[in-house]
Design a protein around this ligand. Structure first.
Ligand SMILES: *Cc1c(COP(=O)(O)O)cnc(C)c1O
Length: 376
């Protein structure tokens, strides 16, 4: 079945008890045992499993084309669970231009746990090959990257990872399964911050890991989920599942709006540089066309002449765009990224990151046009 159909139907069944089309929210923390001590419905305690969480995990498994999914209370909790696969004492090779919270885990917590990390530009396949000359357990790739939208070759990187018996994990948050399907290119593990496109309405925090195959990695992740207990609430699972029905519609509309905005900015003399994989001038464009055939996502970054003050001034004049972090929601956001990322940030100080929503694109362009003023 195609993704639009799966988005509406996967993980959903009519409730056998009531005939309700939508699954009730199961708040019960505990489930009754049968006289023989068994759990006939498969649930015993909500940290271990919950009907709403199971439904969400089944739906996301279907959308990514994987073998199983494990949901967490945030994308960051999902990331940590994936990194635990490198224990004990492993080494993780990670995209240098990655989500700042991911880098923070590797530099701080994981180092304290005895797992080492090396950051490389994963859009440079030869650099990854060099980094994998030393033993590694996990290659963590974010493509397109955050916030420079660099594109890494998932198929080439999965071959490199597998040659040295490492797993390839893809943070697929920026694309969603609508635009990019890492398992088709050999990835072993997919991670999403469901806070972004999968939730899609800026009102629920969550994360998920999907594995390509059943096996020991999936079992270890399930065990990590129930043992550490960083699980999403039943209501949060219900909200994300509800949002998945419109995921393909939202993501395609957002991506089309973003492409038009990237073209507008690219043609504007008040802009120093635009980063968007859909632009022919982008260094990863040809690869992005192969890897993301249906669109390039809704994040557009651009640099204005000058520094942080000039970029902040553009954001300050925005009326329709909201100044806020995050991405993937139905509303458009503008963010001065370097000041959000903190002291380790590699992001140029004159860079603004846009997350494009589903508004009418001419209204969005008019707002950016006025916010750019007479040139910063
Ligand atoms: C937001 C984000 C995360 C972290 O997810 P949370 O749900 O905020 O914990 C990880 N990776 C990417 C690419 C993100 O955008």
């Amino acid at each position: 079945m195609k993704i639009e159909t799966l988005a509406v139907h996967a993980g959903r069944e009519t409730d056998p008890a009531t005939g309700a089309l939508r699954e009730p929210i199961h708040l019960s923390t505990t489930f009754e045992r049968a006289a023989d001590g068994d759990y006939p419905q498969g649930h015993n305690y909500t940290r271990n499993s919950n009907p709403n969480r199971n439904s969400l995990e089944r739906a996301i498994t279907a959308l990514e084309g994987g073998a199983g999914a494990v949901a967490f209370a945030s994308g960051s909790a999902a990331t940590l669970a994936a990194f635990s696969l490198a224990a004990p004492g492993g080494r993780i090779v990670c995209s240098a231009d990655c989500y700042h919270g991911t880098a923070k885990q590797l530099r701080g917590l994981l180092a304290d746990f005895g797992i080492s990390a090396e950051f490389v530009d994963t859009s440079d396949t030869a650099a990854v090959a060099r980094a994998l000359e030393a033993p590694a357990s996990l290659l963590w790739v974010e493509t397109p990257s955050n916030p420079l939208l660099k594109v890494s070759d998932i198929a080439a990187l999965s071959r490199l990872a597998h040659q040295c018996s490492a797993l390839l994990a893809c943070d697929n948050t920026f694309s969603s399964p609508v635009l990019q399907r890492p398992f088709d290119f050999g990835a072993d593990l997919v991670m999403h911050s469901t806070t972004k496109y999968l939730g899609g309405h800026s009102d629920v925090l969550g994360g998920v890991l999907v594995t390509r195959e059943k096996g020991p990695a999936l079992e270890r992740l399930r065990d990590f989920q129930s043992t550490t207990g960083g699980v999403p609430s039943p209501f949060d699972c219900w909200l994300v599942l509800r949002s998945l029905a419109t995921l393909p519609l939202r993501v395609r509309a957002q991506s089309a709006n973003a492409a038009a905005i990237a073209r507008f900015l690219n043609a504007d003399r008040r802009i120093e540089r635009v980063h968007y994989p859909g632009l022919e001038s982008h260094s990863g464009h040809a690869l992005a066309v192969r890897q993301m055939p249906d669109g390039f996502g809704s994040v557009v970054s651009f640099q204005v002449p000058g520094g942080a003050a000039q970029a902040m001034a553009v954001a300050a004049r925005a009326q329709l765009f909201t100044r806020a972090t995050s991405l993937g929601g139905v509303e458009s956001l503008i963010e001065h990224r370097a000041s959000m990322e903190g002291p380790h940030s590699q992001t140029p100080p004159n860079l603004l990151r846009l997350s494009i929503g589903v508004e009418n694109v001419s209204d969005l362009i008019a707002d950016l046009d006025q916010a750019l003023g007479t040139g910063s």
